[in-house]
Design a protein around this ligand. Structure first.
Ligand code: UD1
Ligand code: UDP
Length: 384
């Protein structure tokens, strides 16, 4: 039997983490020839993930440049990816989420009339400025994609509202949860219960911070860091761990505002196993990351989101995620409440998993097999 060639393409840390379980699931089939291409939009942070999951890409465009602009990322991918497609001749190209890698690589495949499958399709804020440029990237990908792997029912509904054909949409859960099956050893239920806010306990409250969104660079980020400084001055037992994104603009500001505090550890990005196990041990997550909003609820760790809006409303609805924005007073008050108000803390600190059951990759593989006529039964949708 002639194998179906499925190419996965990714370039940044979060795409790599969420595509890795899918690559493994595709490799486990007999009918698929799995091709992995990376753009190298991130270099060090991508390579960390490739190493953890032992993935060796057949193609690496190596496009990263320090201080790269969005146009540079886009044009460098467009100018290089066509040759990869020419050589590999995939039957389907899978892109992930909302990065410029996903948009540019998907566009390149579309120009060559190769069907595009969008993993993590249908997330929306309907605000092109938040997150920027990701909201535009994901909407644009969904214009030229043929297959949509929507993580939740709500993301499916967003696609239907835009007039996408129901036949091409599969609700799969998010592969982020599949990835945690490879990484996290800790037992989620124990995490939140182990900490009693406002009381002396073995181990001081540990807050995990990550921040990198383009629209937060500069003043919004400075406000958040100043708010944290104030919280820590009033909560001498509290500790912050901040694995800093490689973006120099993030690192400079974090060093300037938080660098002199003994209560703060500013560290290098952790590999995904170390990072997610650290998250499982922490009492609170403060972040503008997309992926952390999906992962932390599964671990029972409350998340304060440093953004005005989110494309991931399911965590907010499940009660484990709260939008606080980046305004200094709002952040100060929200973090302080989590450290001092036991009832408020425990209301948020429960495990919920609206994003998946750990088998999203299997559903995507089954959907691809169905699309190519290898099986006659459409896979059942993920429901929460
Ligand atoms: C990109 C994505 C964003 C995603 C984020 C995940 C776009 C436009 N943005 O944003 O959607 O949430 O990745 O982290 O696609 N750098 C390094 N080494 C690395 C990685 C980054 O030095 O391994 C530095 C480079 O100087 C680079 C800067 O970080 O210029 C920013 O990286 P870039 O990929 O342009 O944007 P992100 O903010 O990481
Ligand atoms: N992550 C990691 N090491 C770190 C910080 C984050 O492995 O030091 C993981 C995290 O578990 C999640 C992903 O990276 O899976 C999130 O990446 P990021 O916040 O850069 O991007 P976003 O999710 O916002 O697109």
């Amino acid at each position: 039997m002639k194998k179906i060639k499925v190419m996965t393409v990714f370039g940044t840390r979060p795409e790599a983490i969420k595509m890795a379980p899918l690559v493994k699931a595709l490799e486990a089939t007999e009918w698929c020839e799995t091709q992995v291409a990376v753009t190298g939009q991130h270099r060090e942070m991508l390579d960390q993930v490739l190493e953890v999951f032992a993935i060796k890409p057949a193609y690496d465009l190596a496009i990263m440049k320090a201080g790269q602009t969005i146009e540079e990322i886009t044009t460098r991918i467009l100018s290089k990816f066509g040759a990869v497609l020419e050589e590999a001749q995939p039957d389907l190209v899978l892109v992930h989420g909302d990065t410029t890698t996903a948009f540019a690589a998907g566009l390149s495949a579309f120009y060559r009339q190769i069907p595009v499958g969008h993993v993590e399709a249908g997330l929306r804020t309907w605000d092109l400025a938040q997150p920027f440029p990701e909201e535009a990237n994901r909407q644009l990908i969904d214009v030229f994609a043929q297959l949509y792997f929507a993580p939740t029912q709500q993301s499916r509904d967003n696609l239907l509202k835009e007039g996408k054909e129901a036949a091409g949409i599969f609700v799969t859960g998010n592969t982020a949860i599949d990835a945690m099956g490879y990484t996290v050893a800790a037992r989620p239920q124990l995490t939140a219960a182990a900490w009693a806010p406002g009381r002396k306990v073995a181990g001081a409250p540990k807050i995990l911070v990550t921040m990198h969104r383009r629209e937060n660079l500069g003043e919004p980020m400075a406000q958040v860091f100043r708010a944290l400084r104030q919280v820590l001055a009033e909560q001498p037992e509290a500790r912050v761990v901040f694995p800093m994104h490689k973006n120099p603009a993030v690192r400079k500001l974090a060093q300037e505002i938080l660098g002199d505090l003994d209560q703060v550890e500013l560290i290098e990005p952790l590999d995904v196993v170390a990072f997610q196990n650290l998250m499982a041990e922490c009492q609170l997550v403060l972040t503008d990351s997309g992926g952390l909003q999906e992962e932390a609820p599964g671990l029972g760790v409350p998340v304060l989101v440093l953004r005005e809006t989110t494309e991931r409303p399911e965590g907010v609805q499940a009660g484990t995620v709260r939008l606080v924005g980046t305004e200094e007073t709002a952040v100060y008050q929200a973090v302080t409440a989590m450290l001092t108000d036991e009832a408020a803390y425990h209301k948020m600190a429960h495990a919920a998993n609206p994003y998946g059951d750990g088998t999203a990759s299997q559903r995507i593989v089954a959907a691809i097999a169905y699309h190519f006529g290898l099986v006659s039964t459409r896979p059942a949708d993920f429901t929460f």
